[in-house]
Every structure is written in structure tokens, then in C-alpha cells.
Design a binder for this molecule. Structure first.
Ligand code: ATR
Length: 269
């Protein structure tokens, strides 16, 4: 039996176990997916120990996505984002991937939303904002990142300067959004609060595709406002799904049963 898992704190309510176990069942794989909360001061030992135990793969979530970097050989994407959410153990140094970026691009592709050559606005410059900004810029979008704390957006844009990323405060949204094709919310605004949105409704328009990283609630105020003006809306469960799909495919080399994984997620949201 292959053992996969998730490390983070907290991980108790994670939706990854049912999503991955639905995939094992659909593909008749003899595998289990467990959640683990390692000692934050012993992350390196935890990764070495998982490797020694024969764990097949680990997902990594908050607050350990940067902490595992010294223990892995990061892919170019993981190195650029500066965060790892998926580790594969295939002998030798564990490989560190960042499939959060694929969560963004594949969620949009699933909805037939083009990225290359489009104008994209990311709101938020934390961990989710970094992954979304890199994913869109690397996929060929002209990418703008806005953040409440403008210095954080400026730092991010400077890091991704070779991809042409530009930055601003939340006030810049009024300048950028009328010409934008894509909008991604990578802030926590709207989480557990059905009435708050990071973007004023009057800035939204029908030619936008709006992806919200928030998945609880699924229909955030941002997505409801976007739907009201005829924009394409993509909820946060799609990002969660496709980062998991990408991890599953890396680990197993098998095409992911996307519909079964999606059902397992949405049954619980
Ligand atoms: P994550 O890793 O999930 O991105 P984070 O690093 O804590 O989490 O980042 C949270 C993001 O939500 C940040 O962009 C934050 O803006 P600041 O950098 O200015 O803190 C944004 N955010 C949180 N609450 C916000 C609010 N009420 N209005 C606007 N942005 C908010």
C-alpha cells in the first residue's frame, strides 16, 4: 500500500484526504492519504523521516510551504514561487513541486478562459497571491498585482520583474480593471463572510473572468457581483481541485479521475 499525506497546522478539516482517496478508489489504487501536524521546529527531520519510512508523497500547506524548501530539490516553478505544496519521494533528494500554480491555470482552462496574451489582475500579495501572480505571468498574461499593503505588492512585482509584473495598491484596481480580462482574488476577504468583497462591484464588467481563491463560502460576494454583470465566474473549489489533480498525477503517473475528485470535494463544501 502507498501512503500519501498532508503536513500543515491545522490540517484537521482539510478536504485533501477525501479528494485523494476518491481518486485512489476510482483508479483502483492501493493507497491511503493521511493528515499530519509535525513539530514546526522539526520540519527537516519530518521530511527525512517520511522519506525513510517510504511515504510516497506529501502535500504541504500553511505554515510549512517555505519551511520545506531546504529539504527538497525544487522544480523551477517551486523555486520561482518560493513555496512547495507537493513533495515526491522517488529515491535521492525529494522533489518539491508547486501545484498551486496549476490550480490557477487549470481551473481557468477548465472554464475555457484564455490566459496567454490576456490582461490579468491579482488582488493579494501573500502566499496565494505569489502563486497566482507567477502562474499567470509565466503563462503569458500581462499581470498586475494589487495589495492593501502596497509595499508587499511592489516586492512581488520586483521579484517577477522579468515576467513584466506590475504592482499597486487597491486604488489601482480602478485603473486596471476596465481593460482587464482576468481577475483573481488571492486575499482572504470573503472567507467565512458572505458580505465582504476585495473589489468594489462597480469595477466589474461582463468581459471579465473572475477566479476567487476563497472556497468557503463557494459563492462569495465577489463571485455573485461578477455573475450579476455577466462575468465568467470560477469558484475556489476549482483551484483546490486542480492543485490536487496535479499532485495526484505527479505522484502516480496516472490520469486523474477529475470528476470523482470534484464530487468528493463539492459533497463537503
Ligand atoms: P495567504 O498565504 O493565504 O495569501 P497571507 O499571506 O496572510 O495569506 O495574505 C493574506 C492576503 O489577504 C494579503 O494580501 C492581505 O493583504 P496585506 O498584505 O495588506 O495584509 C490580504 N487581506 C487580508 N485581509 C484584507 C482586507 N481586509 N482587505 C484587503 N486585503 C486583505
Amino acid at each position: 500500500m502507498d501512503v500519501y499525506g498532508l503536513i500543515g497546522r491545522p490540517v484537521e478539516h482539510s478536504l485533501s484526504p477525501p479528494m485523494h482517496e476518491a481518486a485512489y478508489e476510482a483508479r483502483s489504487l492501493d493507497a491511503r492519504y493521511v493528515t499530519l501536524e509535525p513539530d514546526p521546529d522539526r520540519i527537516e527531520e519530518a521530511i527525512d523521516g517520511a522519506d525513510a519510512l517510504g511515504v510516497a508523497g506529501l502535500n504541504v500547506t500553511v505554515p510549512f510551504k517555505q519551511d520545506v524548501l531546504p529539504s527538497v530539490d525544487p522544480t523551477p516553478t517551486a523555486a520561482a514561487v518560493g513555496a512547495v505544496n507537493t513533495i515526491s519521494f522517488d529515491g535521492g533528494t525529494p522533489e518539491g513541486h508547486n501545484t498551486d500554480t496549476e490550480g490557477v491555470t487549470r481551473a481557468l482552462e477548465h472554464h475555457d478562459v484564455a490566459i496567454e496574451g490576456q490582461s490579468a489582475v491579482v488582488v493579494g500579495a501573500g502566499g496565494a497571491g505569489r502563486a497566482a501572480t507567477y502562474a499567470l505571468a509565466d503563462a503569458g498574461a500581462e499581470t498586475f498585482v494589487a495589495n492593501r499593503t502596497v509595499e508587499r505588492a511592489a516586492e512581488l512585482a520586483e521579484e517577477f520583474a522579468d515576467l513584466g509584473v506590475e504592482s499597486g495598491g487597491l486604488d489601482a484596481l480602478a485603473d486596471w480593471l476596465p481593460q482587464a480580462d482576468l481577475l483573481v482574488n488571492a486575499t482572504s476577504v470573503g472567507m467565512d463572510d458572505p458580505d465582504s468583497s476585495p473589489v468594489p462591484a462597480e469595477l466589474l464588467h461582463g468581459d471579465l473572468a473572475v477566479l476567487d481563491a476563497v472556497y468557503s463560502p463557494l459563492r462569495t460576494k465577489l463571485l455573485r457581483d461578477a455573475a450579476d454583470v455577466g462575468a465568467t465566474t470560477v469558484d475556489g473549489a476549482w483551484m483546490l481541485l486542480y492543485q490536487g489533480v496535479a499532485a495526484f498525477e505527479r505522484w502516480t503517473g496516472v490520469d486523474a479521475p477529475v470528476a470523482a475528485m470534484d464530487r468528493a470535494l463539492r459533497d463537503r463544501l
